[in-house]
Design a protein around this ligand. Structure first.
Ligand code: GSH
Length: 210
């Protein structure tokens, strides 16, 4: 694990930013939180657009001793970068086990989180309520099907904690009240076990009240 590097995580209390923060916490990387005020449009300021021209959070900045800082946008890229910096903590060393982690990670990213984001944009006035309802239904069905991933193994992708657990947790938390928990005993056990991890719990809260 690298300890001489300084990281800064720009973000706000959103799922994408929280997943990046949890990855840094679980990787044990030292970082400073830079809160970006989305409500007041700080992400559209010239200073922020100089960092990320598309004006989105999260952004990870890694200072370099010789040269300009490394700037990484995209929450999933940040998570994978953190995983590489801390071998064995977020991705298993064994390539077969790692393939299972990627399979589950991308299941949550593409089949659950992305569908949930698409549904979000169809909400509200001027939205498309029927389309939104269809997408939410589809997203919940996919998430509920994850019960099978944790019926014989403690984590979403096998015997060890991984980025698949991070991707699965925040979206599960965001729809917690809509899930039929009585039919999901394995998912419930997994959910409680992940929430109890100290580093995970820290990452969940880093953007609160900033
Ligand atoms: N695919 C990007 C999405 C980033 C994204 O959409 N961030 C949102 C917050 S979760 C944002 O910055 N929204 C502000 C805006 O679009 O104006 C990622 O995973 O990092």
């Amino acid at each position: 694990m690298e300890m001489n590097t300084s990281y800064q995580l720009y973000g706000a209390p959103t799922g994408n930013c929280i997943r990046a923060a949890i990855a840094l916490e679980e990787a044990g990387l030292p970082y400073t939180v830079r809160a970006v005020d989305l409500v007041n449009g700080e992400h559209r300021s010239a200073a922020y657009l100089a960092l990320n021209p598309v004006g989105k959070v999260p952004v990870l900045v890694e200072d370099q001793q010789n040269g300009p800082p490394v700037v990484i946008t995209q929450s999933n890229a940040i998570m994978l970068y953190a995983a590489e910096k801390a071998p064995g903590r977020l991705l298993p060393d064994d390539s077969l086990a790692r393939a299972v982690v990627y399979e589950r990670f991308f299941f949550f990213v593409t089949d659950v989180i992305a569908v949930s984001h698409a549904a979000f944009f169809l909400r509200g006035s001027g939205g498309v309520p029927e389309g939104q309802a269809r997408l939410v239904e589809r997203m919940l069905a996919a998430l509920e099907s994850a019960e099978r991933f944790v019926d014989k193994e403690p984590y979403m992708a096998g015997k060890t904690f991984s980025i698949a657990d991070i991707a699965a947790f925040t979206i599960t938390q965001s729809v917690e009240s809509q899930l039929p928990w009585a039919q999901l005993p394995n998912l419930r056990r997994w959910y409680e076990q992940i929430a109890a991890r100290p580093a995970f719990a820290r990452g969940l809260k880093v953007f609160n009240a900033r």
